[in-house]
Ligand binder design. Sequence first.
Ligand code: GAL
Length: 639
Amino acid sequence: MRITRFLAVPVLTVSLALNAAGEVVRLDQMDLNAAEQEYSEPHGNKSTDWKPLSIGSKHYEHGFGTHANSTLLIDLHGHATRLTANVGVDGEVPAGMGSVDFTVIGDGRTLWDSGVMRGKQTAKVVDIDLTGIHRLTLEVGDAGDGIDHDHADWAEAAIEYSGEKPQTITGAPPEQAVILTPPPAHTPRINGPAVFGVRPGHQILYRVPVTGDRPMEVSATGVPDGVIFDPVSQQLSGTINTPASFLLTFHAKNSLGEAEKKFRLVVSDTLALTPPLGWNSWNCFAGNVDDAKIRVAADAMVNSGLIEHGWTYINIDDTWEGDRDPAGNIQSNAKFPDMKALADYVHGKGLKIGLYSSPGPKTCAGYEASWKHEEQDAAQYAAWDFDYLKYDWCSYGNVVDKTLPPLEQDKRPYEVMNAALRAQKRDIVFSLCQYGMGDVWEWGASVGGNCWRTTGDIRDAWSSLSNNGFTSVGHEKFAGPGHWNDPDMLVIGNLGWGNVRPCHLTPSEQYTHISLWCLLDSPLLIGCDMSHLDDFTKGLLSNDEVLEVNQDELGRQAARIAKSGQLEIWAKDMADGSKAVGLFNRSPEPAQVTVNWSDLGLTGKHRVRDLWRQKDVGEFEGSFTGMVSRHGVLLVRVW
Ligand code: GAL
């Protein structure tokens, strides 16, 4: 419902201070730290960029300068009578840019909605009767097109009340960390993707992940000449010299039962036919990473059992690099005494190993990088037997060839390294990291990227998580087998960029994180200290029905198919014809979220399965509705 008690006010500006009947509290006099917003910090009397507030050509002394998506909750204690404000995009935003939608909600009912407002537009006046309302929600949405330039002002916002003074509500209510993932069954289950790609003539390295009680007999049929399957290490290895596709069947058997899975081995130019799954050192250790910590991570990947859910890569991020030798070959520094021995160790565990560099002279952390040594570096990585390179823009800005057209400037360093990697007789997954510059999703695949970061660095804060994840709208067109959008690594478990401590996200936010990243077909790189993996985090990382959404061989990234305020539906097509659907609630309060079959292109009755709980929910006609916690998700599959 829209405006119910919106008084027509003939003037352009309202200010309760002038005509208040009861007492008045302005928003800027309240604790605005309670606000949640997806960029910058909430300010009283200042814009997003810390300037005096202005909307259109008018300046305001007071108010709340925020940034979409933003939510401020206020407890009115039922004693307020009126809200007034002048709202709009702050004057610091250029004309036509930024697009926001202000909504005032009272006890869950929409009282006022501005419609879409843009930069330089005159303020709209809010003047609403609040009688009898307890909880007021002031929301600014991004109008559905991402949060660029969405600087939003509640100028001269004030509440008239008598009795108890309205108060903003701070902090998320405590949430219990409920493990939804059922424990793995004792019977065999063959996990991981149904397809794997290798280049002609290159070493095949694929380990079949299998859960279930041991001892377990794992075998493979249909294995082509030139390839062997080792039942002890559960690994396929060998080489095939010409492009081809083979259909294999994996079998697993223990005393309790048997399982079977069809698997396609594709020998072609394309690697990463499904998004890479693994671990990276940055979000937990940053510059404190060393050889021992990488070995511990590899051990923990095996001992925790995560390896049996398909987790594969152990990636060293920045700060492994040493000086170059006199011939210009990159060396590791004292923290990494022997890179080849380390790679052998990780491979010996049935895992793969990755590292990091930059096309500039220095990495982001100031270590030696690949500028003018690309071929030598790629050859060195291959000689050390590395399987994955994250290539981070960093200092390249200082050496970029400014005579090139801007898009060429963005592409060039990645083309150079791609050629160097392709010259190696080894499959090395190529991960581009340049934070989305030049709309990298449009051309990342053309420069050989198997994945590309679409955003800046993630943090374990709701604003960062939702900004990195939910701004993927429209990127789905550019993803597919061999080339994936990457909204950055996972921020769950014990992490902290060198100062390891528990994750700051609430449990619901963590479910949202994994569900959304799976729907987005993002590479999943665990960012926590693997040696201190708590049960909740393990539950998040070991749900095979959830991981299947990410690893589905069709490789169809989810699109946002519906949005209503802060409730969003994201859906992706699965290879078996079903749909994986995320019902997301980005608002700070629980909400009912509905997915309509018509939005999924479906009619009639459909079976719905809750993927986190691994339980069928029932058959539904027309739509499915579920209650979703604040910042939470219901991840379902619809057949
Ligand atoms: C950043 C990158 C991070 C991490 C860091 C290392 O640019 O986005 O993920 O790799 O550099 O210095």
